[in-house]
Design a protein around this ligand. Structure first.
Ligand SMILES: [Zn+2]
Length: 322
């Protein structure tokens, strides 16, 4: 249960100086209203100075309630600001029935995995279903990698990280990330060593970019990322594909939707993109580069829950051989 304190600390600390203008001074303002355990609803009208405070409280409430729903516990005992929960009468806590929030759905059973389609890039999950593959790239900002990993720990969301080994985030967060990699909740894919446009490079340099990152992932996390790789900027050609395939990277993994956060954009725009692209069988791309996305995790969870989507890694979906 210590994790709730960790979440609060996370939410309070993910802002990197100079990269955002999100006000923080209101965060400790006391509230007259206890948090209630109903499914939080977010809308485009959640704006203004009190919005992030409200969202933070909703997130804590939603997480706590999800945990209650998940483990069947009758009481909530931990909160960084005990008054918010302590003041909520027991009767308001919905732990079952139609008003209880649902935890994120588990992945499908291993027996449901399907062969890789083969024959070119993967842009979405084939067939009809309820799956969502959220794939998150780069790792420019170590705090964002940490926050995403904590998000996975807190909610059970399943993610694929496309790693550029050059960023120190991948060694700095190793100890936190390794157990989730080992359990399969977070999958690591190859996104090249330092994120060049591979179509501008000679063969040897393409090979170096893919091979060096492959070795980095093996050495640091003990995993083989094959066959999944993602070309930086989505740029590839026949030569690039052939060099990647020589290493066993036979599945260029693109996407069907994007959170559009490879550069700094607003939190509301990220949510708008999630609303647009979190759809059944989608592969959605996001980035481990800028803090705004770390402020909207509860809103992302809300969308996933409302649509009854099942988050998956690529290995949750596909058998390893085409
Ligand atoms: Zn990238």
């Amino acid at each position: 249960m210590v994790r709730f304190a960790a979440v609060a600390a996370e939410l309070g600390n993910t802002r990197v100086p100079g990269t955002g203008s999100r006000p923080t001074s209101h965060r400790k303002r006391p509230s007259k209203h206890p948090v209630r355990f109903t499914i939080p609803r977010f809308s485009a009208s959640d704006q203004g100075p009190a919005a992030s405070e409200l969202n933070r409280r909703r997130f804590l409430g939603a997480l706590a309630a999800a945990t209650v729903a998940g483990v069947g516990a009758a009481r909530l005992v931990v909160d960084p600001q005990p008054r918010t929960f302590a003041e909520a009468p027991e009767a308001q806590v919905a732990t079952s029935g139609p008003t209880a929030p649902a935890a994120l759905l588990p992945p499908p059973p291993l027996s449901a995995r399907i062969p890789l389609p083969g024959g070119g890039a993967l842009t979405k999950i084939p067939g009809e279903g309820d799956l969502l593959a959220l794939t998150v790239d780069d790792g420019v900002n170590s705090e964002v990698v940490r926050a995403y990993t904590q998000f996975a720990k807190d909610t059970g969301i399943r993610l694929t990280f496309f790693v550029n080994g050059i960023y120190k985030s991948w060694t700095e967060n190793h100890d936190m990330l390794q157990p989730l990699v080992d359990s399969g909740q977070i999958q690591l894919g190859n996104h090249t060593w330092s994120h060049p446009d591979l179509t501008t490079l000679p063969k040897e340099k393409i090979a170096e970019q893919i091979g060096r990152n492959d070795q980095f992932l093996k050495k640091t996390y003990g995993i083989g990322a094959k066959p999944y790789w993602r070309p930086p900027y989505g740029k590839r050609n026949a030569v690039v594909d052939a060099v990647a395939a020589d290493f066993g990277y036979t599945v260029p993994t693109l996407w069907s939707g994007s959170l559009s956060d490879s550069t700094v954009i607003t939190e509301d725009y990220i949510v708008k993109m999630a609303d647009q692209y979190f759809t059944p069988q989608a592969i959605v791309i996001g980035h481990l580069n800028h803090p705004p996305v770390t402020h909207v995790y509860p809103r992302l969870v809300e969308i996933i829950r409302d649509r009854n989507l099942r988050t998956v890694t690529l290995s949750d979906v596909f058998l390893k051989t085409p």
